[in-house]
Ligand binder design. Structure first.
Ligand code: CP3
Length: 345
């Protein structure tokens, strides 16, 4: 595949770059009026995710409208539990909701692994193919999945939560059930990511959004162990691991078999760089709330972050997904500042 702009792939591999690449987690959807228009023409989020032409359309929007250096396929991490047998709904202003949860061995019947991914998640794979046609080599397309621990959280809690105490309870009351479920999620996720790569994903990111709710030892046992299996299995394209809030585990994550490590906005870039040396690309990590400040302040904060980089091995992003009510013009200022920055390495 020949790209007009493959900065992100080169940055991920540690190759030379003319400038730092930039994209935003959750750039597809949420902030763009053009996204809301497409979504309003359908019954809701799920229909959009499940209609490949429309999902592809909103995947490409940020490339056209914001000028980001990568597209990310418009989908959700929750399509995996659904494919395994646990259906979800997205309730307006409340978030994801599952009618059933897995808290007993009996309920493992809702966590199947013996199905055809290419068939059951064909809508995602189809959306990847259509999006790539529309992007036509302008930038690479990122595929993604939730990390097993984060998917486990939703499958056991059944909804979003600040603490996921039902999920964490199982780690104490029935650890073997937890490992069985985590193993099943891992198997399906590896197959799913490989299917995305076959369909045309040029890079993969794994989101462990709830890494930060576990202590270091528990995260090693119930989180990183499974993340590591994914890292070992995904060898075809560059891989980014993003474990939000897993500060105590960073020294372990940077040793894993991946190209890039995502950092949340609480993580110090200079300290992390001294931990990793030149072995990994770091992705992040401007506070998503910085985009609520003035244009001049966004420019200043972004330049401060860029000045803290001591290597070419960086992909610029926020420290978590862009918030839905951020002004797209502020996002453009962030992107423009990165593009105008002269790289020293
Ligand atoms: O990055 C992108 O733009 C690609 C699309 C994408 C979505 N979800 C679309 C979406 C990605 C990469 C995700 C990942 C995701 N989904 C995560 C991991 C990243 C993170 O933010 O920590 C998690 C935890 C979820 C679960 C999820 N999906 C929640 C909690 C919600 C509701 C609240 C919200 O908006 O985040 C969703 C719904 C969802 N997923 C929307 C979008 C655009 C909002 C749907 C809408 O109202 O149009």
């Amino acid at each position: 595949m020949i790209f007009q702009n493959d900065l992100i792939l080169r940055a991920a591999r540690g190759e030379d770059i003319e400038r730092y690449p930039v994209w935003l987690m959750r750039q597809a959807g949420r902030i763009l009026p053009e996204y809301r228009k497409v979504r309003a023409s359908l019954s809701g989020f799920k229909e959009l995710v499940e209609t490949p032409e429309r999902a592809a359309e909103v995947t490409v929007q940020p490339v056209d409208l914001l000028g980001v250096d990568a597209a990310i396929i418009f989908s959700d991490i929750l399509v995996v539990p659904e494919a395994m047998g646990l259906e979800y709904q997205l309730i307006e202003k409340k978030g994801p909701w599952f009618e059933k949860t897995i808290r007993t061995e009996e309920a493992l019947k809702y966590a199947n692994t013996d199905f055809d991914i290419e068939d059951r998640l064909s809508y995602v794979l189809e959306a990847i193919k259509i999006a790539n046609k529309e992007i036509n080599g302008r930038v690479p397309l990122i595929g993604f999945a939730g990390a097993p621990w984060t998917i486990f959280c939703y499958m056991t809690e059944g909804q979003g939560s600040k603490t996921f105490s039902e999920s964490r309870k199982i780690l104490y009351t029935n650890p073997s059930l937890a490992h069985e479920l985590l193993n099943r999620i891992t198997d399906v996720t590896i197959k799913y990511l490989k299917a995305q790569i076959n369909a045309g994903a040029h890079m993969i990111q794994v989101f462990d959004s709830w890494a930060g709710i576990l202590g270091e030892e528990q995260y090693a046992e119930f989180g990183l162990k499974y993340m590591d299996k994914i890292a070992q299995a995904i060898t075809e394209v560059p891989l980014t691991l993003f474990a939000k809030g897993a500060h105590n585990s960073l020294s372990k994550i940077v040793k894993m078999d991946c190209n890039a490590v995502g950092l949340d906005w609480n993580t110090d870039i200079v300290k992390t760089r001294s931990l990793v040396g030149e072995n990994k690309t770091l992705q992040g990590n401007l506070d998503p709330c910085a985009l609520y400040s003035t244009h001049a302040e966004i420019e200043r904060l972004t330049n401060n972050m860029l000045n803290s980089f001591e290597s070419k091995r960086h992909i610029v992003n926020l420290g978590h997904g862009v918030y839905p009510d951020v002004d797209p013009e502020k996002v453009k200022t962030f992107i423009k500042t990165v593009k105008n920055y002269e790289i020293k390495y």
